[in-house]
Design a protein around this ligand. Sequence first.
Ligand SMILES: NC(=O)c1ccc[n+]([C@@H]2O[C@H](COP(=O)([O-])OP(=O)(O)OC[C@H]3O[C@@H](n4cnc5c(N)ncnc54)[C@H](OP(=O)(O)O)[C@@H]3O)[C@@H](O)[C@H]2O)c1
Length: 282
Amino acid sequence: MATVLITGASAGIGRATAVRLAARGHYVIATGRNAAALEQIKRTAKGKVDTLILDVTSPGSVDAALRDVGGLTGQNGLDVLINNAGYALAGPLETTSDADLKAQFETNVFGPMRMIRAFLPGMRERRRGRIINISSVVGRLALPFFGPYNATKHAIEAFSDALRNELRLFGVEVVLIEPGAINTGFGELERKSLEVHAADGAPYAEQIKKVMAFQKDLHPNAAKPEVAAKAIVHAVEAKRPRARYVVPFLPNRAFIALAEFLPTEASDAVIQSITGLRRVRP
Ligand SMILES: NC(=O)c1ccc[n+]([C@@H]2O[C@H](COP(=O)([O-])OP(=O)(O)OC[C@H]3O[C@@H](n4cnc5c(N)ncnc54)[C@H](OP(=O)(O)O)[C@@H]3O)[C@@H](O)[C@H]2O)c1
């Protein structure tokens, strides 16, 4: 059984994964910013769960978590680190501020990298460990008006692909999970970030309203977080995990294939049609 730390365990996919891992007998260190939500997981999950307050954007918080994990594990460290914490900043790239973009990268990219730099030395010295990064289908393709978030997931994909081959010789594996839409609180935060660009008179208001109509039904009708949790737990337990898992496999693998194999002009036309942004010829 593995000792697993997961970030962003207070809600959604992280929470479902923590609960499932504990039920399967793993020792789970569930971390996040919301103490009450973490405490509730500890109380209700079946299995061994400890909790730590951890904000991945704070170097001090990550250092403290490293020290606390040493204490909790008798200095044995982690078998598996799951970088799950994240949120989606959507909106037009032209009107997205530096501050908002930096905050998005701070949580979704620098946060996981900070966690990896903290916990990797122990794994490398023990010649054993697994890092699971929660990316997205939009780490493999990019949608109009979701550019800020999509760029962070492209960054995580590139970092993970480089790391996987840097760490192979040290026995540390790197796995990407690429969820499509999942029904969590994530969709609501994403919608709020779009909404601010839909005000009357805003330069992209009309287009943003179309994209909001596309986004509105995406998450409520999507797979439950347990579906993503099942794939993540598989990635924890598999003897030889694959480099990446798309979840749910369909239709998301087909979207990635469209982006990878169609000429860009053709995949652009598909994306414009799906998002309601097809150009009307004058
Ligand atoms: N839902 C989807 O459709 C979808 C699709 C593809 C990929 N993903 C990815 O899956 C992961 C989990 O998302 P979710 O759907 O489960 O969203 P969620 O329900 O909103 O949960 C996000 C979690 O991340 C935590 N978090 C955010 N910022 C943090 C920070 N600075 N430090 C620590 N924790 C932080 C949140 O904590 P608080 O409660 O404190 O805010 C929460 O526990 C994310 O990386 C997301 O990009 C989601």
